[in-house]
Design a protein around this ligand. Structure first.
Ligand SMILES: [Zn+2]
Length: 305
């Protein structure tokens, strides 16, 4: 190889090394990758046009079962900041995220919460319930935590992030009050929310509605016939009018519950579809976090009231 060729190789190597770094030049946009759509939406509200934000898990995707694709890994490698939910919501992806956390700014939003506020399911398990976005007040703390981390990564724009976050947090505060009023309008004996998996525990404690799921806090474990018959007996004895399917969980599980109730001459219907672990399609009502909560609350109230 001639000297000029060696020079070219050397220059190319230098250039590739430069592309590989994530150091931002002044005025350059941050790249932020999130796992769920709820986190993506929160981060977009904080950054506005100042960052390129992308969520890996789109509408209808179950985060408990999600596995990182080669293109996800590529995106994680190129990110300046990565936000995920934590508390094992991201099941098998957790290991991947923890590995990235050793060398870049990767944060589980659950780290921003007071541990005393985290739910531990009644089934005796020691893990915390990961569905933190369904208590809007709790989620607001997660949003504040994300805003702090973004500002620390891009101090030049810290004031903008702070202002944007405050505006969004005000909207969340209003959403929290609205949700409470709506759920309280359901007569107390009908205030029972039955879903395919236990995603609504925080929702239940925050807004005073009893919650039961056919599967536990993760969709990884299968449910059995015993779970179905237990739930059927509960529904029949409490004269519950409706159960709810979820966009990110197959519907067949709850259909078995409905037919079990019909066999016992108890009339029950599917009260509608709830957005549990994923938001709706971009541009639809449930395509934002606020819209998702509103859509769920309206569905629950109109079926149970
Ligand atoms: Zn879930």
């Amino acid at each position: 190889m001639r000297v000029t060729n060696w020079l070219i190789v050397g220059l190319l190597t230098l250039l590739m090394a430069a592309c590989g770094t994530t150091e931002k030049q002044k005025g350059e946009k941050l790249t932020i990758i999130t796992t769920t759509g709820m986190i993506e939406d929160a981060v977009k509200n904080i950054t506005g046009e100042l960052a390129d934000v992308e969520g890996l898990m789109g509408p209808g995707v179950d985060p408990h079962l999600y596995k990182a694709t080669p293109s996800d890994l590529q995106k994680l490698r190129g990110a300046d900041i990565v936000f995920y939910n934590g508390l094992h919501l991201e099941g098998s992806m957790t290991d991947v995220l923890e590995k990235f956390a050793r060398k870049k700014a990767v944060f589980p939003l659950s780290d921003g919460l007071d541990e005393k506020k985290l739910r531990t399911p009644e089934d005796g398990s020691t893990v915390h319930d990961p569905h933190i976005w369904f208590d809007v007040e709790l989620w607001s703390q997660a949003v504040s935590y994300a805003a702090e981390k973004i500002a620390a990564q891009d101090p030049d724009n810290a004031t903008v992030y702070k202002t944007n976050a405050e505006k969004y947090l005000q909207q969340l505060h209003e959403l929290n009050n609205w949700t409470r009023t709506q759920i309280q309008s359901i007569p107390s004996q009908s205030r029972v929310l039955i879903t395919a998996h236990d995603a609504f525990g925080y929702f239940g404690s925050a807004y005073d509605i009893e919650v039961k799921g056919l599967q536990g806090i993760s969709t990884v474990a299968e449910f059995g016939l015993k779970d179905i018959s237990g739930l059927v007996n509960f529904i029949v004895s409490h004269k519950i009018k409706a159960v709810f399917v979820e966009t990110s969980v197959p519907h067949k599980s709850l259909e078995a519950v409905v037919s079990g109730c019909h066999e016992k001459q108890h009339n029950i219907s599917i009260g509608g579809t709830l957005y549990s672990d994923a938001m709706g399609a971009l541009g639809s009502e449930a395509g934002t976090y606020i819209g998702m909560v509103k859509s769920n609350v309206n569905t629950i109230v109109s079926a149970l009231k």
